[in-house]
Design a protein around this ligand. Structure first.
Ligand code: SF4
Length: 266
C-alpha cells in the first residue's frame, strides 16, 4: 500500500511539539477559500509548469506534484532524522490536504511510527467519519484539529462542507484521552467578528477536557497567492488584508479566558 504525499518538511517546529518531520498528504474534501496549500487539494498527482525568470529570459519546466510513498519509505526518512526529534521530544506529523482521505495508508504509517517509538500527530480538518477517527486513535498521540466556524451555513459557504460532523468528531476526540490542539485560522470577514469569536471561546470553554492542551491562532496570510498562479487556480482572497498584530493580540487575550494556553502561529 502506498500514500500520495506532496511535500515532506524536515526540521518543522510548527506542526506539534519539538522538531518534527511533517508529511503533507495529497487530497482534501474541503475547498477553503483561503487555503494555504492549494497543491494539496486534488487527490491525484498533478503536473504543473514552473516558470522562472533569469534577467529578461523566462525558463519553464514541468514539475510533478505528488509522489507515492510506502510505509517503509517513510520509516527510512524518519530513521535518518530521528536524532533530531528524539533530542527535542518531537516526532512525526501527518498533515495535508486532509490525511484522513487516505485513512488506510495513514493507519499503517501511524502503526509503523508507533512500533518504532515515535511521537505521532495528525493535523486534520475534522472532516471524516467517526469510525475513521476511531481507527487511528490508538496510534495517534496528538490531534491538531481545525475549527473554522461554528455556523453551518457560513462553514458550507467558505469551505464547501458542513461542520456538523466536524464538531461531533471534535467532541469524541475530547473524550479519547489523546492530546488535542485546536487550530483556528483567523480569516478576515469569515470568522473574525466579535460575536463569532465570543461564541467560539464559550464553545471551547464549555466542552474542554484534560485532552485540550493548546489553542493555535493561525492568521490569514498571502504567501500562498503565488501558488494559485502556478496551479492556474482562481485566487479568491485578493482584496483581503491579513489581520495585524494588534488584532491577533486581542483575539489571543479573548481565548486565554478559556484557561487553555494560546499561541499565535503553529
Ligand atoms: S482543510 Fe486545509 S488543506 Fe483542505 S482546503 Fe481547507 S485549508 Fe486547504
Amino acid at each position: 500500500m502506498k500514500g500520495l504525499i506532496f511535500s515532506v518538511r524536515k526540521y518543522s517546529i510548527h506542526d506539534g511539539p519539538g522538531i518534527r518531520v511533517t508529511f503533507f498528504m495529497k487530497g482534501c474534501p474541503l475547498k477553503c477559500r483561503w487555503c494555504h496549500n492549494p497543491e494539496g487539494i486534488s487527490p491525484f498527482p498533478e503536473m504543473v509548469i514552473q516558470t522562472n525568470k533569469i534577467g529578461e529570459r523566462e525558463f519553464s519546466k514541468n514539475e510533478e506534484v505528488g509522489t507515492y510513498y510506502s510505509v517503509e519509505d517513510i520509516l527510512e526518512i524518519l530513521d535518518k532524522e530521528k536524532v533530531f526529534f528524539n533530542q527535542s521530544k518531537g516526532g512525526i506529523t501527518f498533515s495535508g490536504g486532509e490525511p484522513m482521505l487516505q485513512v488506510e495508508f495513514l493507519l499503517e504509517a501511524l502503526k509503523g511510527c508507533k512500533e518504532n517509538g515515535y511521537h505521532t500527530a495528525v493535523d486534520t480538518s475534522g472532516y471524516s467519519s467517526a469510525d475513521n477517527y476511531r481507527s487511528i486513535i490508538p496510534f495517534t498521540d496528538l490531534f491538531l484539529f481545525d475549527i473554522k466556524h461554528l455556523d453551518e451555513a457560513k462553514h458550507i459557504e467558505s469551505t464547501g462542507v458542513s461542520n456538523t460532523g466536524i464538531i461531533e468528531n471534535y467532541r469524541h476526540l475530547l473524550e479519547s484521552g489523546k492530546d488535542i490542539m485546536i487550530r483556528i485560522p483567523v480569516i478576515p470577514g469569515f470568522n473574525d467578528d466579535t460575536d463569532h469569536l465570543e461564541r467560539l471561546k464559550n464553545f471551547i470553554s464549555s466542552t474542554k477536557t484534560a485532552s485540550l492542551k493548546r489553542i493555535n491562532l493561525l492568521p490569514f496570510h498571502k504567501t500562498a497567492s503565488s501558488k494559485y498562479k502556478k496551479f492556474n487556480f482562481p485566487y479568491l482572497m485578493e482584496g483581503i488584508i491579513p489581520p495585524d498584530e494588534g488584532k491577533m493580540r486581542k483575539i489571543k487575550e479573548l481565548f486565554m479566558e478559556t484557561g487553555i494556553k494560546v499561541k499565535i502561529g503553529g
